[in-house]
Ligand binder design. Structure first.
Ligand code: SAH
Ligand code: F3S
Length: 505
């Protein structure tokens, strides 16, 4: 049997989301490098080659790894060269209009290839597939297959349908699917830090957000399968994992089923249920030599237990991505966020009290319908209070089908949205610089991930607070935890000297 090489082209061009070290640059964790397939034994071998491109949030990148694993097991070969592919899959994002436009442009290019090669099959996966469903086949005549985020196990069948020139659409959303039984093929990672999905879907129904419609109801993954995946990653040499979900703090495992059905669970199931704080404890104690991160936290769901669990375990990073979206109570209400500005401040105060050096980042939306200048000023003053380490900031983009689109006219002129967004970004830059300056003279534990982009003589890694740090390589290597004394900073990067291997983990 031939050894298969698995690779993928991934494009983070759409948004710099979710939280990554730099507030101003697109993350490059996924840089299209070739990785091996971690020794799968395919059922049979095809001579069909699949090329996968991913857009949008980290969950999409993780999902592409699941798709790669499913296809790999079926014997498909994966390629990173578009021109040699027989099948092109594009994992899409719907979060903002611009994200969809970028995918449409990409499809034009793929269509050009198809004109030259009639046998080429094009599949659209993910949120845009789910949002547009059959319409995709009407609007994009060259697309052969449309697959929603819960139907990836059906891709091998759907590909056969597409080969037979039959309609190949599966956009059924599931109440149970967590892909817990699939070991993702780790694509284009640095071999040091990776993501482990713990929940899928979201029940929060923020009025601006398309995710509850494209990714369905919230469900949690069996903790046993999470612990197994993390243990395997440790064996494979990974040093850091990020537990991933749209809303990780609302993780709840009671034996299967939707979060909202927990009240129907048996007394025993309720008693033995695992919440997010329990899960963090289980992962951190099972893997004391691994660094644990998580993303994303919704303020309304973050419990004190979680903060205490973070504080009690040195290997859980002191960093929380805590999107707020707006600093105005009126706007938060219209967004259906279940917290006020005051609730958010209280949570921030508690975090700082329990974990004084906790890094905190945010997501912010400028120009939600009806947003006044005063609402915008409330956003700036909220930022002033928190002084976030970094943030992900967006102009409001109306999404068809959402409550906001139905109820609120998108009435803030683009120029106003842009100006407010710029003010938010400028303030964030000041705060990022304020935060990085606090590190000068301190020694921080950095996990080396890769060579610095600026200089091949420097390593680049992140602190527990998720701030990027660079330092001369000396004899250290990728995957080492190193104590680094910080001498200089920019708004996004700490620059220092290695003081020796870290003993803190
Ligand atoms: N809880 C999810 C959020 C996914 S969406 C997670 O963290 O995984 C990521 C961010 O995109 C949101 O926090 C919000 O700030 C932004 N966003 C979502 N819908 C948007 C819209 N319609 N217009 C502009 N920004 C939006
Ligand atoms: Fe979207 Fe709000 Fe969930 S932003 S993903 S509906 S927490």
């Amino acid at each position: 049997m031939k050894t298969k090489s698995v690779s993928i082209k991934e494009n983070r061009g759409l948004s710099n989301y979710p939280p990554q070290p730099s507030p101003h640059k697109n993350p490059d964790q996924y840089n299209g490098e070739v990785l091996t397939s971690q020794g799968f034994t395919p059922k049979n071998t095809h001579n069909k080659r699949v090329y996968i491109e991913s857009y949008g949030c980290q969950m999409n990148f993780s999902d592409s790894e699941i798709v790669a694993s499913i296809l790999n097991k079926e014997g498909y070969q994966l390629t990173k060269t578009l021109e040699e592919a027989n099948i092109v899959l594009v994992n899409t994002c719907s979060i903002r209009e611009k994200a969809e436009q970028t995918v449409r442009k990409r499809l034009e290019l793929f269509n050009g290839l198809k004109r030259k090669n009639k046998d080429l099959k094009i599949g659209v996966l993910g949120c845009m597939a789910e949002r547009l469903k059959h319409k995709f086949l009407e609007e994009e005549k060259m697309v052969d297959m449309v697959v929603g985020p819960d139907a990836y196990k059906d891709i091998p069948n759907l590909l056969k349908e597409a080969e037979a020139e039959r309609e190949a659409v599966n956009v059924v959303l599931s109440k149970e699917e967590t892909y817990g039984d699939i070991a993702p093929v780790r694509l284009a990672t640095n071999g040091v830090s990776t993501f482990v999905t713990i929940t899928r879907g979201c029940d929060n129904m923020c009025t601006f957000c398309v995710v509850p419609f494209t990714r369905g109801r919230e469900r949690s993954r069996d903790p046993k399968s999470i612990l197994e995946e993390v243990a395997q990653l440790a064996v494979n040499g990974y040093k850091e994992i990020t537990l991933l979900g749209q809303n990780v703090d609302s993780y709840l495992w009671y034996g299967g089923g939707l979060k909202k059905d927990f009240t129907k669970a048996s007394p025993l199931q309720q008693k033995t249920a695992v919440n997010f704080s329990n899960l963090l404890y289980l992962v951190a104690t099972a893997q004391p030599k691994m660094r644990i991160r998580f993303s994303t936290s919704n303020p309304q769901d973050m419990s004190l237990d979680v903060i205490h669990t973070m504080a009690h375990h040195d290997n859980i990073c002191n960093y929380i991505h805590l999107p707020v979206q707006s600093g105005s109570n009126a706007i938060l209400k219209k967004m259906n966020r279940q917290h006020t500005r005051q609730d958010y401040f209280e949570l921030i105060d508690k975090i700082h009290k329990i974990i004084p050096d906790c890094g905190i980042s945010h997501d912010m939306i400028a120009g939600f319908p009806t947003e006044t200048e005063q609402d915008h000023k409330d956003t700036l003053s909220l930022m002033e209070y928190v002084k976030y380490d970094f943030g992900f900031m967006f102009a409001y983009s109306e999404r068809p089908g959402t409550m906001a689109a139905k109820k609120n006219e998108d009435n803030i002129p683009e120029s106003t949205k842009k100006r407010r967004l710029q003010e938010i970004i400028d303030l964030q830059r000041e705060h990022s610089e304020y935060r990085t300056r606090q590190f000068i003279g301190k020694t921080v534990c950095v996990l080396i991930e890769k060579s610095s982009k600026r200089s091949s003589e420097f390593w680049s890694g992140r602190t527990g607070q998720n701030t990027v740090a660079v330092f001369p390589k000396e004899n250290y290597k990728v995957g080492d935890f190193v104590d680094v004394k910080i001498e200089e900073v920019t708004s996004a990067t700490l620059i220092g000297w290695a003081m020796g291997h870290s003993k803190s983990i």
